[in-house]
Ligand binder design. Sequence first.
Ligand code: ADP
Length: 225
Amino acid sequence: MIQFNSVGKTYAKGRTALHDVSFLLGRGEMAFLTGHSGAGKSTLLKLIAAIERPSIGQITVNDMSLGRTRRRDIPALRRSLGMIFQNYKLVEDRTVFENIALPLIVSGEFDRNEIGRRARAALDRVGLLDKERDYPASLSGGEQQRVGIARAIVHRPQLLLADEPTGNLDPALSREVMMMFEQFNDLGTTVLIATHDYDLIERMGYRVLTLSEGRMIGQERLMHS
Ligand code: ADP
């Protein structure tokens, strides 16, 4: 669940990226976030993940109020969400298995057997169990993004955030990635996907949050004419 109440973000150098943004994305909902380049999409996702702090307003994510979040509470917030990026952000000198296991190792919550079991379950979910010993550079773009998705879901987050996840993929692979998001959403995960891909948005028929110059100018489902 994500709630923004009159949120603004001005970066240190004085550029205001978001103005007075309010919206609610309920638990289990799936929505797109769209707008031109520079509209504030990445900033909005970074505020949700507590990578940036709001300049004004309140943000609640998965029942945690980010305004009051202390540094030591941030790991709990991060564990409750998974992030997927346009350029995958895989660690090139680690195998597929290691890339996925890394967040579990860092969290210190699980022993080796449990880490192996969970990492393989995540790989199985994205259909890449046979690639666990490969390095990212030997995979296609679509496969690398599937590794990115497996890494984002390995700790079973309540919320998935994706920043232009299909930006480097052709239409067939984009559809495949979107179907994976739909499957996670069907299992109850809240999903928010930032994208410019209006074809995809129209075809899929979910709610669309639209930013323009840092303002939220629409937040309803697109109506088909
Ligand atoms: P989008 O993801 O929609 O392209 P961004 O959130 O990246 O938009 O950017 C919104 C505005 O904030 C842009 O004008 C951008 O230049 C500015 N901005 C983004 N990140 C920073 C930063 N770290 N420091 C200063 N300005 C930034």
